[in-house]
Design a protein around this ligand. Structure first.
Ligand code: FCB
Length: 449
């Protein structure tokens, strides 16, 4: 027991993994170095108004150069595992074809640094940074991506699979389909409902293709994929709101897990998804299935939705947390550890899921620098409450076997730029100075105990 919390690391069991998660584009910087090709975010960030404060990720956390001391920080915080993603355009500047050996060499250095500190590396194959060259050929809208992704995954599996056993195929495909290609709030900034279904289908196929590539090339691999999920509440018991909640649940929680489990797309709750058959080829229903060793769930908040006549296709809208008088983070996301418990139970109810890893969870708050301290009490309490909810779910039978906090250090938070700070370590982006926040210190004592 530490301070006022009533659980310890041991309560989660000896076989529970503790780590921190990161993503290439958010931390690496060095976008033009050593032969890296541009990715969709490089282009997107140049468009005025897309990223808060006109920020870009040219330098980000400079992890490309500071990876050694940053990985040492993972140890200082007491974590035993480190999740990072591979930048596709560092390995294949054109998306396919010639391999950039300097890209492979960089990730070899990262992996070897982890291993030298007894830190278990986790690779995410795809965390949103599609090579721009592929976007120019249609990106996720094109069925060609099945081949592009398969060859990229094969290269990574062969290059790193001797030392890396824990693999996440895709990070939050719903964000790619929804924000990247439908609302245009993320790169590549495409805005059309017509993109949604083909992009979803190609992502869902790549999810299983990537899993199979790793299975075929990496002996002893532990393979999963990471899904964004939020427990959905209906705003009222009115039938229209209840149906809206079911549609939101289909989109936010069921869309990528169910095809992987062989259950097909959740058309029962959202008829529009039935149109996806236009993009399905013979054999696809079977190709969507993959027997993942684990499913990564990424949960930050729960949502409340209601029916809306103003939102064509989905016919629903979210009731923002700020209007509901509930506590929120700096992102405006509802703080709801109960939502973490509920979503864990929901996923655990799928017979086909073997194991759950919470592959991301964390919070942005306004951090105040106090000398060389960051007294981020809100974040510390957030983590304690969410961990407590995970432990409760575990005690209630949910097979959750690991927790990766989001994130090691403040970084380039996509469209929010450097404004939203999620780190356990504070980064002063003027000089790249790192300061361990109180939440990070709390983790260090919790994980040591
Ligand atoms: C998740 C993303 C991650 C980060 C956190 C805050 O949706 O996977 O890169 O942006 O949210």
């Amino acid at each position: 027991m530490i301070g006022d919390i009533h659980f310890s690391k041991q309560d989660f069991g000896d076989d529970f993994s503790w780590g921190v998660a990161t993503a290439a584009y958010q931390i690496e910087g060095a976008v033009d170095e050593d032969g890296r090709g541009p990715c969709v975010w490089d282009k997107f960030a140049k468009i005025k108004g897309k990223i808060k404060n006109g920020d870009n990720a040219h330098i980000a956390c400079d992890f490309y150069h500071q990876y050694e001391s940053d990985i040492e920080l993972v140890r200082t915080l007491g974590f035993e595992e480190f999740r990072f993603s591979i930048s596709w355009s560092r390995i294949l500047p054109q998306g396919f074809g010639d391999i950039n050996e300097a890209g492979i060499a960089f990730y070899n250095r990262v992996i070897d640094k982890c291993l030298s500190l007894n830190i278990i590396p986790w690779i995410t194959l795809y965390h949103w940074d599609l090579p721009q060259a592929l976007e120019d050929l249609g990106g996720w809208k094109s069925r060609k991506i099945l081949e592009w992704f398969e060859s990229y995954a094969t290269i990574c599996a062969k290059a790193f699979g001797d030392r890396v056993k824990k693999w996440i195929v895709l990070n939050e495909p719903m964000a790619v389909a929804g924000l990247g290609y439908t609302t245009g709030l993320h790169a590549p900034g495409k805005k059309s409902i017509a993109n949604f279904l083909p992009v979803v289908h190609h992502l869902a196929l790549c999810q299983s293709i990537g899993g199979q590539v790793i299975r075929d090339n990496v002996a002893g691999a532990f393979i999963g994929t990471a899904i964004s999920c939020s427990y959905v509440h209906a705003a009222s018991q009115n039938l229209k709101d209840l149906r809206a909640a079911k549609r939101a649940d289909a989109l936010m929680n069921r869309l990528f897990i169910e095809p992987a489990l062989g259950l097909g797309y959740p058309i029962d709750a959202f008829g529009f998804l039935g149109n996806i058959k236009r993009y399905m080829h013979a054999g696809d229903a079977e190709r969507l299935r993959f027997d993942f060793d684990f499913i990564g769930i990424q949960n930050y908040f729960s949502v409340v939705v209601k029916h809306s006549y103003f939102a064509p296709v989905v016919w629903l809208k979210e009731v923002p947390a700020r209007l509901r008088n509930v506590p929120v983070t700096a992102m405006g996301w509802e703080i709801s550890s109960g939502g973490m418990y509920d979503i864990l139970k929901q996923f655990d109810a799928y017979k086909g899921i073997k194991e759950i890893i919470v592959s991301e969870n964390g919070a942005a708050f306004q951090d105040n620098v106090d000398g060389d301290k960051i007294p981020d009490i809100d974040r510390k309490i957030f983590y304690q409450n969410y961990l407590n909810a995970i432990l409760k779910a575990k005690k209630d039978g949910v097979n959750v076997k690991g927790y990766l906090a989001w994130t090691l250090m403040d970084n380039f938070e996509w469209a929010e730029g450097y404004d939203a700070r999620f780190g356990l370590v504070y980064v002063d982006f003027r000089n790249q100075k790192r300061i361990i926040k109180d939440s990070g210190k709390w983790f260090a004592s919790f994980l040591k105990a």
